[in-house]
Write a protein that binds this ligand. Structure first.
Ligand code: AMP
Length: 457
């Protein structure tokens, strides 16, 4: 069994990893950390969940000069959600060192505060290509002292049309640098990207030892006007703790989420029309289990990191079988049994035939009549979300929020769920029964000696 102690890490990093509960390196970490520490370029095929963030993050952090307040590492990500996750993971890894600053720079939020944060100096910048370009053009971000650039989920960045942006950014990085490229797939465009920007990269391709996910998949034939009935019937029957329903259009998402709410389900729509703040709030509420159904388009659902999802529903079959497989792959992760249901009108039958043909196995059709006969039984989320109008910028930390809720004669800590901290606000999930008391306590009490506006969302 490989050990972190065999990979050439500092003692401080090793004890930090132990604190984080990383007892042994994952396959990609074992293969990528030694060449990364040695300063080599790396091209790695690794998916989310493989431990890829630490595979590049550990080397980045070990190489930093904490006393030099200049951007020494840049991580490019396709989406803001991924950038946030990566930054969070890097901050945890950086606890091995003192005073390491990790800054996220993504679009959809004002430039001003980012410029302010940059002026205070950051060691690592994590961001999406568009916004990084904005800062480079304005001169608010300089990469003169950059040692390492990481292209995370490079295949998705290419899919999303970021090639030009990446070219622009990489063209502004110092010639002498380390370039780490991580990608879940291996299309020729990725090899071309590597050829253009890497020198003699170490090829890390980890054999996927994970067992094929155990997904129970079913298809139901319905009429076009039965989508809402079929979905509510399915949710009433299955009562999943949480579920994503995939739609094709934004309008469909809004209509379906609205119809579900009318029938007593707690659903939220996630699509490209939402501004960043609303999107964050939707993802927080779904992630902390105060909203049970997320009605989403494929593009909007990119970068979602939801660990265990008991049910995925396709309101209609995806046009493309790869998209179908990607959607369905969100359930049955980490060894759990998953469930995926696809509704299909007679006119859409050819999409399912195509899928069947590609898989080479027959598809299992369920009894639609029996399904549609299920009575309406809404699911009530166990948690509620409270939103505090203070965040990282106000020096609020999760522990402060927990402390304000618990403490003497307060709420039992076990009743407090996920705490999501943002720049200017913080969301805390509490069990539904204690939500009114929790709201009152937060409204009347103080956090970091200050009163903040609090509301239930
Ligand atoms: P990633 O593939 O980077 O998104 O990581 C997936 C998850 O695995 C994250 O929640 C990490 O915190 C966790 N993780 C990464 N490396 C290890 C490790 N060596 N041992 C245990 N957990 C890990």
């Amino acid at each position: 069994m490989p050990l972190f102690s065999q990979l050439g890490l500092s003692d401080a990093m090793q004890s930090n990893l132990a604190r984080l509960g990383y007892t042994e390196p994952t396959a990609v970490q074992e293969a990528a950390i030694p060449p990364a520490l040695a300063g080599r370029d790396i091209i790695a095929m690794a998916k989310t969940g493989s431990g890829k963030t630490a595979a590049f993050g550990i080397g980045l952090i070990e190489h930093l000069n904490a006393r030099l307040f200049a951007v020494q590492a840049l991580v490019l990500c396709p989406t803001r959600e991924l950038a946030d996750q990566v930054a969070k993971a890097l901050r945890e890894l950086a606890r091995a060192r003192e005073n390491i600053k990790v800054l996220t720079l993504c679009g959809g939020v004002a430039l001003g505060p980012q410029i302010g944060s940059l002026s205070h100096g950051a060691h690592i910048v994590v961001g999406t290509p568009g916004r990084i370009q904005d800062h480079l053009r304005k001169g608010t971000l300089t990469l003169e002292k950059l040692n390492t650039v990481v292209l995370d989920e490079a295949d998705r960045m290419l899919d999303m049309g970021f090639r030009e942006g990446m070219d622009d950014i990489l063209g502004r990085c110092p010639q002498r640098r380390q370039t780490l490229l991580f990608s879940a797939t291996w299309p020729s465009a990725i090899r071309l990207l590597s050829e253009s920007y890497q020198s003699d990269p170490v090829d890390v391709r980890v054999v996927d030892n994970e067992p094929a996910p155990d997904i129970d998949e079913q298809f139901y034939e319905i009429q076009p006007d039965q989508q809402i009935d079929a979905l509510t019937a399915l949710l009433s029957r299955e009562q999943p703790g949480s579920c994503i329903a995939f739609c094709t259009t934004r309008q469909q998402c809004d209509d379906l989420a609205g119809a579900l709410n009318d029938r007593g389900f707690h659903a939220l729509a996630l699509h490209g029309d939402l501004d960043q703040k609303d999107r964050d709030a939707v993802l927080v509420r779904f992630g902390n289990r105060s909203c049970t159904v997320l009605v989403a388009t494929d593009v909007a659902a990119r970068g979602l990191d939801i660990k265990s999802l008991p049910l995925v529903v396709n309101i209609e079959p995806a046009r493309d079988s790869e998209v179908h497989t990607h959607r369905v792959g969100r359930t049955g992760r980490a060894g759990e049994t998953g469930r995926a249901v696809t509704f299909c009108t007679p006119a859409q039958g050819h999409r399912v035939s195509k899928l069947e043909h590609q898989r080479g196995t027959a598809i299992h059709w369920g009894d639609s009549e029996a399904l549609l006969a299920t009575g309406n039984r809404p699911m009530v989320p166990a948690m509620r979300t409270l939103c505090i109008a203070g965040g990282r910028k106000d020096k609020v930390r999760p522990g402060d929020v927990l402390g304000a809720l618990t403490g003497d004669a307060g709420i039992d800590g076990k009743r407090v769920g996920k705490i999501d901290l943002f720049e200017f606000q913080c969301f805390v999930a509490v069990q539904a029964e204690v939500a009114p008391v929790a709201l009152k306590r937060l409204e009347q009490g103080r956090i970091k000696g200050r009163k903040f506006r609090v509301r239930a969302v």
